[in-house]
Design a binder for this molecule. Structure first.
Ligand SMILES: CC(C)(COP(=O)(O)OP(=O)(O)OC[C@H]1O[C@@H](n2cnc3c(N)ncnc32)[C@H](O)[C@@H]1OP(=O)(O)O)[C@@H](O)C(=O)NCCC(=O)NCCS
Length: 248
C-alpha cells in the first residue's frame, strides 16, 4: 500500500514536538519516534549509519521543507520494502513464525476502497479467512503452540470480535511502539489516507503538551500486545485438529 503524504507529515510533526521538548536532534527523533525508517524499506535494525538513512538524514540539513524531502524520498524507496514476507496470507490476515512455537498474526486491508473490512457485513468473510489461516497453521506448523499479535486494532470491538475472548482479554499495553505501525496505524483509513478528526485531536494535544515524560500518552489508542494458546483458536473457528492430524 502507498501511504499518503499526510501520514508522513503527521509523524514528522510528532518528531518535531519531541525535539522541542527534549532537545534531541531531528534526525534522531525521526529515527526513534516515527515509522519512517521501516517505510523506507530499511528493515528493523534502526541503524543510523545505514547508507540510505545517511543519504536521507544528510538531505534533512539542506531541505527547504523536510516534509516534502521525506515524502519524495519515500516515493523513491517504495519498491525497496524489505519487510519479512509472511508465511501465508488469507485476505486481510497473514502470519509469520516468530519461532517454531510462536505464530504472529498481522492485518492489512485487502478489500476494495469502498468496503470497510471490519464492518459487521464483512465479519463472516474475515472469520472465513482466519479459519483458513488456522487450518494452514495446523497443517504446516506442527510445533506451534502460541498465537500473538500487537496492534492498536485490539482496542476496537470491530476487530476483537474476529478472535477468541481469551486472546483479546490477555491484552497488555505494548510500550515504546513509536517506530511501528501497530501504533501509527490508528491514524489511517483503509486507503492509506489519514483520518482527519483523530489527527486534529492528536495535533491539538501535542501542541498543549509541556512535559513529554510519556510521549505515548498523546496517542488516542495504545498498541496492545495479546497472546493465547493455539487451542483456543481451533475451538473458536471450529477446526477439528484430529481431522488433519490423522491425515499426516
Ligand atoms: C483498520 C483500518 C482498515 C480501518 O479503516 P476503515 O475501514 O477506513 O475504518 P472504518 O471507518 O470503516 O471503521 C471500522 C471500525 O473501526 C473503528 N475505527 C477505525 N479507526 C478507528 C480509530 N482510529 N479509532 C477508533 N475507532 C476506529 C470505527 O469506528 C468502526 O467501528 P464500528 O464498526 O464499531 O463503528 C485502517 O485503519 C487501516 O488500514 N489501518 C492501517 C493498517 C493497520 O493499522 N494495520 C495494523 C498494523 S498492526
Amino acid at each position: 500500500m502507498r501511504y499518503s503524504k499526510e501520514f508522513f507529515d503527521l509523524q514528522i510533526r510528532f518528531a518535531q514536538a519531541i525535539v522541542a521538548l527534549t532537545g534531541t536532534r531531528i534526525e534522531q527523533a525521526l529515527l526513534d519516534y516515527t515509522n519512517i525508517y521501516i517505510r523506507f524499506g530499511l528493515g528493523r535494525a534502526f541503524d543510523r549509519g545505514h547508507a540510505t538513512w545517511r543519504c536521507y538524514a544528510d538531505g534533512l540539513i539542506h531541505a527547504v521543507d523536510i516534509c516534502d524531502w521525506t515524502y519524495r524520498f519515500y516515493l523513491k524507496r517504495i519498491e525497496a520494502d524489505q519487510t519479512r514476507p509472511p508465511v501465508a496470507t488469507f485476505g486481510c490476515f497473514s502470519y509469520v513464525m516468530q519461532d517454531a512455537r510462536l505464530v504472529r498474526i498481522h492485518f492489512q486491508n485487502a478489500e476494495p476502497s469502498t468496503v470497510s473490512p471490519l464492518s459487521i457485513e464483512r465479519l463472516p468473510v474475515r472469520l472465513a479467512e482466519l479459519r483458513s489461516l488456522f487450518d494452514h497453521i495446523g497443517r504446516n506448523q506442527q510445533e506451534a503452540t502460541r498465537i500473538a499479535g500487537t496492534s492498536w486494532l485490539y482496542n476496537l470491538r470491530a476487530y476483537q470480535r474476529c478472535f477468541p475472548d481469551g486472546y483479546v482479554s490477555s491484552a497488555k499495553i505494548a510500550e515504546s511502539r513509536f517506530r511501528h505501525m501497530p501504533l501509527w496505524g490508528q491514524f489511517l483509513d483503509r486507503n492509506g489516507f489519514v483520518r482527519t478528526g483523530i489527527v486534529e485531536d492528536f495535533i491539538r494535544g501535542l501542541s498543549n503538551t509541556k512535559n513529554i515524560q510519556d510521549p505515548a500518552s498523546c496517542f488516542p489508542l495504545q498498541a496492545l500486545a495479546v497472546e493465547a494458546s493455539i487451542e483456543q483458536f481451533y475451538c473458536f473457528y471450529g477446526i477439528e485438529r484430529d481431522r488433519w492430524m490423522s491425515a499426516l
